[in-house]
Design a protein around this ligand. Structure first.
Ligand code: SAH
Length: 274
């Protein structure tokens, strides 16, 4: 297969997917095979980095051990510097670089510095990670709209710009990234906006890794349930009837012996009864 050559002095800004190295794209894998330097984030798993060529320099650009993360301008400056040194720079981010990943900011810094770059999309955790929990983000009988939300903004608070009433009324399925810190507040905002406290919720942590955990709960109870179950970030919260499909689609659970039901929404049994 013809893949584009990784040229010296270029930055490839790539998504690594949610964790399972099997979810890397061929372009990302090719980048790992040819990079001189891999600048990676906290959410990029070890299993992914193992695919880097043995002479690649691995540079960590995330939070570690409670130390503050490098400032975004510092990371962008570093990418420019490495490219100017003539390196093949693979900037590797968890999930997709353009989904709550600041990929746009880094790419614009490259534009400003006239560094040539390629964008390699990845499987975002809010789609592929949920698929590993057996939850499709759309299902024809349930929703024709899905909304991706971030649970906090640059200041660390729930973003002010979110129109909860509009989202609650218009989007049957909500997928919240970075939700754990403010889960109580987020669910209260939705209940205030007239979403049902008994609506199904799933919290999926470390999706697609060997440490994946899934907690099923309800909108009213999920914040307390997450604390009680000791669920830690990175985790996604998905709200809506699609969560019920997990009863039939938890294919990973099935590998571990869980029985799947063919009609998790109870549609066929309702039709029969009616
Ligand atoms: N660019 C990434 C998102 C980065 S924001 C993407 O497209 O997936 C960081 C948030 O992503 C985390 O707080 C968490 O909500 C979510 N996330 C990333 N990887 C995850 C994983 N393996 N399991 C669960 N959530 C994950």
């Amino acid at each position: 297969m013809e893949l584009p050559p990784f040229e010296a002095g270029w930055v490839w800004l790539a998504g690594a997917g949610p964790g399972d190295p099997g979810l890397l794209t061929l372009h990302a894998l090719h980048g790992l095979e040819y990079a001189d330097v891999v600048v990676y984030d906290a959410l990029v798993g070890e299993g992914v980095l193992k695919h880097a060529n043995s002479s690649a320099q691995l540079e960590y650009a995330g939070k570690r051990g409670g130390k503050p993360s490098p400032r975004q301008p510092d990371i962008s400056r570093r990418l420019v510097q490495l490219a100017h040194e003539g390196k093949r720079v693979l900037r590797l981010k968890g999930g997709d670089p353009f989904v709550f990943g600041r990929g746009g900011e880094e790419a614009l810094a490259l534009v400003e510095a006239e560094v040539p770059f390629r964008i390699i999309p990845g499987i975002s955790a809010g789609i592929g990670g949920l698929a590993y929990a057996g939850i499709p983000v759309t299902h024809r009988e349930i929703n024709s709209v899905v909304t991706f939300i971030t649970g906090h903004d640059a200041s660390g608070d729930v973003p002010n710009s979110i129109d909860w009433a509009a989202i609650a009324a218009g989007s049957p399925v909500l997928v919240i990234y970075m939700a754990m810190k403010h889960l109580g507040k987020l669910s209260a905002c939705l209940i205030d906006a007239e979403r049902g406290a008994d609506e199904p919720v799933a919290i999926v942590s470390r999706a697609s890794t060997p440490h994946q955990k899934v907690l099923e709960s309800t909108l009213g109870d999920c914040a307390a349930a997450a604390v009680a179950a000791g669920i830690e970030p990175p985790a996604l919260v998905v709200i809506g009837e699609v969560v019920r499909l997990r009863g039939g689609l938890d294919w990973l659970g099935a590998l571990a012996g869980r029985a799947l039901v063919a009609d998790p929404l109870g549609v066929k049994s309702r039709v029969k009864a009616g």
